[in-house]
Design a protein around this ligand. Structure first.
Ligand SMILES: C[S@@+](CC[C@H](N)C(=O)[O-])C[C@H]1O[C@@H](n2cnc3c(N)ncnc32)[C@H](O)[C@@H]1O
Length: 243
């Protein structure tokens, strides 16, 4: 298969950026059979990032595999406000780190920080270990982190599952068919994961620590400070209550 034939095949399959996608496949694979296989895989609807095994996110290249949540560029909006809020952070955690997009980016942007990521999805964690740059832990939200971090987290970030269960069908069908429900389903109002994280936040955050996340504008609960806005997305901060 030539490059031009790949572009035609991808375009026929409905890929809007067929040339860019063929370029990514050509850059990733040298073998003609692997290139043709990747074009077929992508044409069947698998997200490009899972086909090529990587996604560019902020300053890092994130390792990916079939079935693993694909980092969304919209979550890059979290990085700048998080770094601006805690430029001297010593301990940073990414709750629900997936393949490591936010954790690896923050490790790169805050080189003196000790960065930890935690997730329950072992397939995503295997990618996170390949992405590298931070400590990877298996477990549920805060409880998956080493207990030595309790009360010492200067900056916690999360791009949580926050799609209301009833709206899951709004997700683009390529992603919907190839990502676990666990990575997107936020329960009836989309806020179950946020409530679970907030329940323990103050016991893990350091005295002046902050938790930063991205939500849809209409989901922002009381008590959150809005620090950035991008269309319908808002970056919000919860600061540890003074004790
Ligand atoms: C929207 S994805 C974000 C992944 C990653 N932070 C990113 O931006 O690419 C949400 C992540 O939360 C993880 N997750 C869901 N429930 C969890 C739990 N109870 N504890 C830890 N992680 C969880 C999912 O496996 C998924 O990787």
């Amino acid at each position: 298969m030539t490059f031009d034939e790949a572009v035609l095949a991808l375009r026929a399959a409905g890929c809007v950026y067929a040339e860019d996608e063929a370029t990514a496949i050509w850059e990733t694979y040298d073998e003609p059979s692997l290139r043709a296989g990747a074009v077929t895989d992508r044409s069947s609807g698998r997200p490009l990032e899972q086909v090529v095994g990587w996604a560019q996110f902020g300053p890092v290249r994130v390792a990916l595999a079939p079935g693993v949540f694909v980092p969304r560029r919209r979550a890059e909006a979290l990085l700048e406000p998080a770094v601006a809020l805690k430029p001297d952070a010593r301990v940073v955690v990414d709750l629900g780190c997936g393949a490591g997009a936010l954790a690896a980016s923050l490790a790169s942007l805050l080189p003196s920080a000790e960065v930890h990521g935690v997730d329950v999805d072992e397939a995503a964690l295997q990618c996170a270990r390949r992405t590298g740059g931070f400590h990877v832990h298996h477990g549920s939200w805060w409880s998956g982190l080493p207990t030595s971090l309790r009360g010492r987290v200067d900056l916690a970030v999360a791009y949580l599952p926050h799609v209301p269960t009833g709206n899951l069908s709004d997700i683009h069908h390529d992603f919907r068919a190839h990502e676990p429900d666990l990575s997107v389903d936020g329960g009836p109002d989309g806020l179950d994961p946020l409530r679970a994280v907030l329940a323990d936040a103050d016991s893990w955050l350091a005295p002046r620590g902050a938790f930063v996340t991205l939500l849809a504008r209409q989901q922002v609960p009381p008590g959150f400070e809005v620090v950035a806005e991008d269309g319908d997305d808002v970056v919000v901060v919860h600061r540890r209550a003074r004790s």
